[in-house]
Design a protein around this ligand. Sequence first.
Ligand code: FMN
Length: 78
Amino acid sequence: MVWQTYKAVKIPVIGLGGIMNATDAIEFLLAGASAIQVGTANFIDPAITMKIIDGLEEYCQRLGVKRISELTGALQVD
Ligand SMILES: Cc1cc2nc3c(=O)[nH]c(=O)nc-3n(C[C@H](O)[C@H](O)[C@H](O)COP(=O)(O)O)c2cc1C
């Protein structure tokens, strides 16, 4: 749905729903989210947002991504 919305509008999209870790967050960003929201996961692990931020940083460093905004909508669909 984030991908479909990203393709349909010219305003930033916020991704949410089921984000439990950095991998989930990255998937939402690649699908077109400019920001993400984490709800339920905070009840399972109150430190989850810091872990997700650390995971995003590690992912960007590993791939040489300078700005996290480079991830937004970077999904390739043929
Ligand atoms: C404790 C709690 C209260 C929430 N209250 C509302 C609410 O009053 N109105 C609303 O539209 N969404 C509410 N939500 C939904 C969140 O805004 C958001 O859509 C959802 O939590 C995101 O998915 P996630 O929990 O899987 O991260 C609530 C979520 C939680 C966890």
